[in-house]
Design a protein around this ligand. Structure first.
Ligand code: B16
Ligand code: MG
Length: 224
């Protein structure tokens, strides 16, 4: 079995729950445009880029907009979202996330962030965990959305680790598919029925440690 040399973490839904802020900002935009936006709708946007999310929402509202109008709407939503995430605190790191990423680093496993968000630097800074990631690949650095593996392959490349030696942690179906498409093992965060293509599914990073991770493969440099 291939050794595990790097762990690549999605941000929203794995390290922090920014979906609640995306929800509030998209709902406000939809309401201003004259239709409603539910939490169920929001579920479908997890892991989906900002532009793709807007296109879906406009479709649900039965609206058609020009590219210039779409740019203005996406900016409006993002400004509200940024207002909320700049108020985030370290208490908002999801249970077990900080501890697990720290334990990876201590064991000599390299760590990367692999997120669709263009706001990942602000979020990591506000919750005080920027230093836990050797490499950050986000929506500013990639052009192809998950399930394309670009975000994770770039993370592996920048870490200097082969894809087959990486494990991806993801809460979105498209994210698990991106890991599979990139030739990486994956841990799904959520429900086993939804994330059936993941090699292992847990409810959150508080449910895993290095010993449990090692069911996916040997860890090369566990510190003594
Ligand atoms: P932004 P992830 C994703 O984060 C979110 O799940 C998704 O809802 C959001 O639309 C996307 O980031 C883009 O975010 O508007 O900040 O660029 O799960 O890939 O970490
Ligand atoms: Mg996610």
């Amino acid at each position: 079995m291939n050794t595990i040399e790097a762990c690549i973490f999605d941000l929203d839904g794995v390290i922090v729950d920014t979906a609640v802020y995306h929800y509030q900002a998209w709902k406000r935009l939809a309401n201003e445009l004259g239709f409603d936006f539910t939490e169920e709708d929001n579920e479908k946007l997890k892991g989906v880029s900002r532009v793709a999310s807007l296109n879906l929402i406009l479709g649900w509202g039965g609206l058609s907009k020009t590219e210039t109008e779409k740019e203005e709407l996406a900016t409006r939503k993002n400004n509200w979202y940024v207002d909320m995430i700049t108020k985030m605190t370290p208490a908002e790191v999801l249970p077990g996330a900080r501890e697990f990423v720290e334990s990876c680093k201590q064991a000599g496993i390299k760590t990367a962030l692999g997120s669709a968000s263009k706001n990942s630097a602000t979020i990591l800074d506000k919750v005080g965990i920027s230093h836990l990631f050797d490499v950050v690949i986000d929506g500013n650095k990639v052009s192809k959305p998950k399930p394309d593996p670009e975000v994770f392959l770039k993370g592996a490349e920048d870490l200097g680790v082969k894809p087959q030696n990486c494990v991806v942690f993801e809460d979105a179906i498209a994210g698990i598919e991106a890991a599979v498409n990139g030739g990486m093992r994956s841990v799904g965060i959520g429900s086993p029925s939804t994330l059936a293509k993941a090699d292992l599914v847990i409810s959150g990073l508080d449910q895993i440690n290095l010993e449990k991770l090692s069911v996916l493969g040997p860890i090369s440099h566990v510190a003594g």
